[in-house]
Design a protein around this ligand. Sequence first.
Ligand SMILES: O=P(O)(O)OC[C@H]1O[C@](O)(CO)[C@@H](O)[C@@H]1O
Ligand SMILES: [Mn+2]
Length: 453
Amino acid sequence: MAADQVFIPPPSLSAKFEGSFAYLTVRDRLPTILTKVIDTIHRNKNNFLEKHGQVGVDAEKRAISFLSKLRNELQTDKPILPLTDSADDTEVWNRYMQRQQDLMEDRQPVSWFKSPWLYVECYMYRKIQEALWLSPPIGDFDAFKEVKTKSFFESQQAIISLCTYLREILANTDTSKKESVFEQFLRFLQVSLWGNRCDLSISAGQENSQKTSPMDSLSDLRCFILVDDSEKVWSMLTSVQASGGTDKRGFRLDIILDNAGFELISDLVLADFMVSVGLAKEVRFHGKSIPWFVSDVTKQDFDWTLSQTAASNHNHTSFCGAQWKRHVKDGTWTYHDHRFWTLPHEFCDMPEDAADLYSTLQGSDLILFKGDLNYRRLTGDRTWEHTVPFERALRGFLPAPLCSIRTLKANVQVGLEPGQAEKLTSQDAEWMTSGRYAVIQFCSQNKEQQQGS
Ligand SMILES: O=P(O)(O)OC[C@H]1O[C@](O)(CO)[C@@H](O)[C@@H]1O
Ligand SMILES: [Mn+2]
């Protein structure tokens, strides 16, 4: 890490770059999301009344006035204010604000359009939670639950065809033939990759579900995968597996989840495939402890998805749901949340700011990071040159071999070949933000470890 001590990373993406994607997000998309949250809370007024009586209605008013003020502060680029609730991460957020303040040029206050995009975007979701927590008894209301549920139901056909495909593959694949297992692994990994197109933050909560059969389009989509390290993932998988996993208890996969709805189903199917063919012994799912970036998975979404799938009237689908519940019951699958997943820090801060999580992840054989926001945090959401190696952009963050799979929805992308970005720009000016392109990027050792070994 000696080099990193003097290394100054490139600047963070920020709305201060007028016209940039970050600028447009803060100017247009975030206020739209806030307006929808306000509207959702208002539409639930009668439910609050029924459940809590007049205090429920008072709480609804309070949360709405809090959020309207927040929207106004955002739109007029007011300073970011400290959090005032008393959750167990409040202090951490307020200290991080000070850290951002120390980085500001000319002592300007940290504000929506002048501070790093990653920070202010995360802050908005945390402030939504604060508005609810400060409005008891509606503190546990998930303002995004409706859209998450809707997107799940709109993806029913795709879910059914994916579950059917899984059942057929598991019935017909000869698991002693490595080649066929590899071929199917690639397919399930790619479905999970493209499942990431279905997030509801990029669409500001507008419908964005999977309508077509996911297996049919995989070969047409191959050319949109800009970096594909899946063979490297496979060779690591098989070599660790041959040795029985790093701790000899068998291969442990950790999935850092992203969105609920079709994407979560695609992750569960991948995990089920890996466990069923013996590629993994244990899968740990990591989700969010508060509603996050509209569609991210919370424990409630995770449990709800398993129950809904098990209750399907389509038999392959309900079989999958029942099987997933068994995996949870016997401990093969576990769900975990940690407050770090809903903090604004870059992942290279994890060893210092969430040492317990970092050390838990060190016990993994492979960590699969799903989605765009995780990629932004892995790379620090900075203006890296596109040819900078992925491992360099991680800045030492490597608790265990890791693979990031994301569709591109923010203008940070590293690890490309020289000339690749220029070519893409000339073909499609929005290649980094449209969600049409994707990457599968793997890192197993940083240079220091390589030199030491
Ligand atoms: O669900 P994902 O893949 O993390 O994508 C969410 C993305 O949408 C955005 O909110 C768009 O602003 C990005 O900030 C974020 O990266
Ligand atoms: Mn998401």
